[in-house]
Design a protein around this ligand. Structure first.
Ligand SMILES: *[C@@H]1O[C@H](CO)[C@@H](O)[C@H](O)[C@H]1NC(C)=O
Ligand SMILES: *[C@@H]1O[C@H](CO)[C@@H](O)[C@H](O)[C@H]1NC(C)=O
Ligand SMILES: *[C@@H]1O[C@H](CO)[C@@H](O)[C@H](O)[C@H]1NC(C)=O
Ligand SMILES: *[C@@H]1O[C@H](CO)[C@@H](O)[C@H](O)[C@H]1NC(C)=O
Length: 437
C-alpha cells in the first residue's frame, strides 16, 4: 500500500514540474548569468525550460492585463487584482430558494481543499504567466547578443508596460481584492491575498537586466519605480498589509521579502533595512527552535513543505539584506537560539534519514543558498543537493542557470535523470501497483 501511494504522487509531481517555472522568490544576479554564458553547461535542463518559456512569450501577440478579467471586481474597477479564497466553499444548508450560492450562502473554509471555481478569475494565472514570461525573457536577453537579445528585451518591456505602467491597462498598486471571501454581504479581500503576489520580487531584478537594452525607456522606468513605491506604501499602510506584518508565519516572511525588495528598488533603501531589522527583532525571534524546527510551519498539514516554503523567503531576505548592507540574518539567532543554518540542517536530516513523505525538492532553493553562505564541511549539503537534483529533471531549478557557481561539486540532471523524468512516472505507477499486491 505504501508503494502504491508513493509512486503515483511522484508521477503527478514530475508532470507538474514541466508546466511550472521558477521558484517562489529568489535572487537573480547578472554576474551569475554572465558566468553561465561563458562557462555554463548548455544542456542544463533549467536552461531548456527558460528557453521554452521565453520563446512562448515571444510569440504572445496579446499581453497580459488585469483588465482582461471577465468577472468584475466588487468595486467595479477592472484594474484591481481580483482572486477568490481558494479553500472557501458555499454552505447552503437550510437556505431557501438558492439561485446564486455566491451571494446567498455563507462560505466556510476546508483547509487544503481548493474550490475549482477560483479558476474562473484570470488575474492570478495571468499574473503568474506575466512574471514567468518577463523573467525568462530577461534571462534570455542577458544570455544572448545582438538582435536576438533585443527581441527578448522588447517583449519583456511591452509586458511590463501593459501590466504595470499603461494608464488604461495597468494593475492598481494594491491587493484590496486578493483571496476574497464570497457569500452574502460585502465581498472583501483577505490578508492572505498579499501572498498571491510573492513572485513580484523578480520584477526589480528583471528591470536591472533590461535597463541596458535599447527597448528600455524613461517612461517605463519612471512608471515602474512609481508603481513599486506606491505598492510599498499600500503594503505598509493598509489594514490588510499591517495585518500580515503582524502575523507569525510564512505570510509575514514573504511580505517582508517583498516589501524590502520594492523599497530598495524605489530608492528607499534605508526604509528597506529598517523593515528587515524590525522583522528580525520581532517575528523572526519566534521562527526557529534550537533544534532547527520551525514550529509555526511544522504544525501545518504539510510540515516539510511549509518549512521549506518559509525558508525560501528567509534565505532570500538574508541575501537581500547582505546586498544592501543591512543586518546579517544568516548569523542571527532567534530567542530559542536557532538559526537559518539549524533550520536547513533539520530538513536536510529528515531527507537524509528518509523521513519525508512530501516532495523533497522544495528544499533545493534554500539549500543551495545556505551551502553558498555556510560552506559544507561535512559534505551533507552537497550529498542532498546531488540526490534531489538527480531525482527531478532539474527543469524548474532556474537558479542552476543564474547562480551556476552554486553547483560546484554538484551534478545537475544527468542524461539518465532527463530520460527518466518522462518514463519514471509511468514506470513508477506500474511498479506501485505491482508492489501493492
Ligand atoms: C488584454 O487586454 C489588453 C488591453 O485591452 C489587450 O491589448 C490584450 O490583447 C488582452 N490580452 C488578452 C490575452 O486577451
Ligand atoms: C421560496 O419560493 C417559494 C415559491 O416561489 C415562495 O413561496 C417562498 O415564499 C420563497 N421563500 C423565501 C424565503 O423567499
Ligand atoms: C465558473 O465557471 C464555470 C464554467 O464556466 C461555471 O459553470 C460556473 O458557474 C462558474 N462559477 C462561478 C461561481 O462563477
Ligand atoms: C487610454 O485611453 C484613452 C481613452 O481611450 C486614450 O485617449 C489614451 O491615449 C490611452 N492611454 C494610453 C497610454 O494608451
Amino acid at each position: 500500500m505504501k508503494n502504491l501511494l508513493f509512486f503515483p504522487i511522484l508521477y503527478i509531481t514530475l508532470n507538474v514540474i514541466v508546466a511550472q517555472a521558477a521558484v517562489n522568490v529568489d535572487y537573480i544576479t547578472i554576474d551569475g548569468l554572465d558566468y553561465f554564458k561563458e562557462h555554463g553547461d548548455k544542456s542544463n535542463p533549467a536552461l531548456k525550460s527558460i528557453n521554452s518559456f521565453a520563446s512562448r512569450a515571444l510569440k504572445l501577440d496579446k499581453p497580459y492585463s488585469v483588465i482582461n478579467t471577465t468577472v468584475i471586481p466588487p468595486n467595479g474597477d477592472k484594474r484591481e487584482y481580483f482572486s477568490y479564497a481558494p479553500y472557501s466553499w458555499p454552505n447552503c444548508d437550510g437556505i431557501p430558494n438558492v439561485t446564486d450560492p455566491q451571494t446567498q450562502c455563507p462560505y466556510e473554509t476546508r483547509d487544503g481543499k481548493t474550490n475549482p471555481d477560483v479558476k474562473n478569475l484570470s488575474d492570478p494565472s495571468d499574473s503568474r504567466k506575466m512574471i514567468d514570461s518577463v523573467v525568462s525573457l530577461s534571462i534570455s536577453y542577458e544570455l544572448n547578443d545582438g538582435d536576438i537579445a533585443e527581441n527578448f528585451a522588447r517583449k519583456a518591456v511591452q509586458l511590463l508596460d501593459v501590466w504595470f505602467v499603461n494608464e488604461n491597462t495597468s494593475m492598481l498598486p494594491d491587493v484590496n481584492y486578493g483571496q476574497v471571501q464570497r457569500g452574502p454581504g460585502e465581498w472583501k479581500g483577505r490578508e492572505e491575498g498579499i501572498l498571491d503576489l510573492r513572485f513580484y520580487v523578480y520584477i526589480p531584478i528583471a528591470i536591472k537586466i533590461l535597463e541596458k537594452s535599447s527597448a528600455w525607456s524613461d517612461y517605463v522606468e519612471k512608471g515602474l519605480r512609481k508603481w513599486f513605491s506606491d505598492f510599498s506604501n499600500w503594503l505598509m499602510n493598509s489594514e490588510l498589509g499591517k495585518g500580515v506584518a503582524k502575523r507569525s508565519n510564512n505570510h509575514a516572511t514573504f511580505y517582508i521579502a517583498a516589501l524590502a525588495t520594492y523599497l530598495d528598488f524605489a530608492g528607499r533603501t534605508d526604509e528597506a533595512k529598517n523593515v528587515i531589522k524590525t522583522f528580525v527583532d520581532t517575528t523572526f525571534q519566534d521562527t526557529i527552535l534550537k533544534s532547527g524546527e520551525q514550529p509555526k510551519e511544522s504544525k501545518r498539514t504539510k510540515p516539510f513543505h511549509y518549512q521549506c516554503f518559509n525558508l525560501e523567503a528567509l534565505t532570500y531576505i538574508a541575501i537581500l539584506s547582505q546586498k544592501i548592507n543591512g543586518i546579517n540574518l544568516w548569523e542571527t539567532k532567534t530567542k530559542f537560539g536557532g538559526t537559518i543554518q539549524n533550520a536547513v540542517d533539520f530538513l536536510v536530516d529528515l531527507v537524509d534519514k528518509g523521513k519525508v513523505k512530501e516532495v523533497e525538492s522544495v528544499l533545493l532553493p534554500s539549500l543551495y543558498k545556505s551551502r553558498d553562505y555556510y560552506g559544507d564541511k561535512s559534505g551533507k549539503y552537497s550529498k542532498i543537493l546531488n540526490k534531489l537534483l538527480q531525482e527531478t529533471d532539474g527543469a524548474i531549478e532556474w537558479w542552476t542557470v543564474y547562480s551556476p557557481k552554486s553547483l560546484e561539486g554538484i551534478k545537475t540532471g544527468s542524461a539518465s535523470a532527463l530520460l527518466g523524468s518522462s518514463l519514471y512516472g509511468i514506470f513508477g505507477l506500474i511498479l506501485g501497483i505491482f508492489f501493492a499486491f
